[in-house]
Design a protein around this ligand. Structure first.
Ligand code: SF4
Length: 228
């Protein structure tokens, strides 16, 4: 695995416990609101090895031996399953963050019980996905990944970064409808400061009232929580 960053401790990224967060380098998409754009290129100046990530996570106190594999997009790297397998052998508890672009690998990871939890971004209504991902033809893979998670026994969440300039109430309703029957959807606010698209850097962030309105609309289809 090729990692471009390691956050040594996070209290918000792993359900119910502190965790280290390793950021896989490289992403095939270009979401205009991406706040981790330095992770989009396949190469970075100071890569961190898989061995270093696992070694660091293993040195944490027992209750905190939790590792989030985030990105970039981890499922673009063919050796993700092997990395997770080795991490498992070291008794790490594992969470995968994914944009759902590689359903085949997601299925493989779930089938082999390589993670304890998955968080998948669902960025907007599927027919309009290019607007949110900056990438053509990605909706079918996202749709397949949604289906895989809904059918999975491993705990998971869907999550949507709410961008006022990109999401209207009807968009959230259509998005949530595609998740009907799913476990939970988290709505989280967009942060303008480091957005990939210059045009969004000074755009408004969602207000609490907007998040609540979107929550009320979406919960007709799926349980919804707001993450601040
Ligand atoms: S926000 Fe979009 S572009 Fe940025 S890492 Fe995630 S999927 Fe890739």
């Amino acid at each position: 695995m090729n990692f471009g960053g390691l956050q040594k401790n996070s209290l918000i990224d792993f359900p119910g416990a502190p965790a280290a967060v390793a950021f896989a380098q490289g992403c095939g998409w270009a979401c205009p609101y991406c706040h981790n754009s330095r992770l989009i290129p396949d190469r970075c100046e100071s890569p961190i090895s898989a061995e270093d990530v696992i070694q660091f996570a293993c040195q944490r106190p027992p209750r905190a031996r939790n590792l989030v594999v985030s990105g970039g997009e981890p499922t673009r790297q063919p050796d993700l399953p092997e990395f997770l397998r080795v991490a498992r052998q070291h008794s790490l508890r594992l969470k995968l963050d994914t944009n759902g672009s590689n359903p085949h690998m997601l299925q493989q990871v779930l089938d082999h019980g390589l993670v304890d939890y998955v968080a998948m971004d669902v960025k907007g209504p599927l027919p309009d996905y290019r607007r949110y991902s900056g990438k053509r033809e990605c909706a079918p893979t996202v749709k397949e990944s949604i289906h895989i998670l809904k059918s999975s026994r491993i705990p998971y969440e869907f999550r949507t970064t709410v961008v006022p300039n990109l999401h209207k109430t009807t968009d959230i309703a259509r998005l949530a409808q595609s998740l009907e029957g799913g476990r939970v959807l988290y709505l989280q606010p967009f942060r303008a400061q480091h957005a990939l698209a210059q045009s969004l850097r000074n755009s408004p962030e969602p207000t609490p009232a907007m998040l609540q309105e979107f929550c009320d609309v979406a919960k007709r289809f799926i349980p919804v929580k707001i993450r601040s």
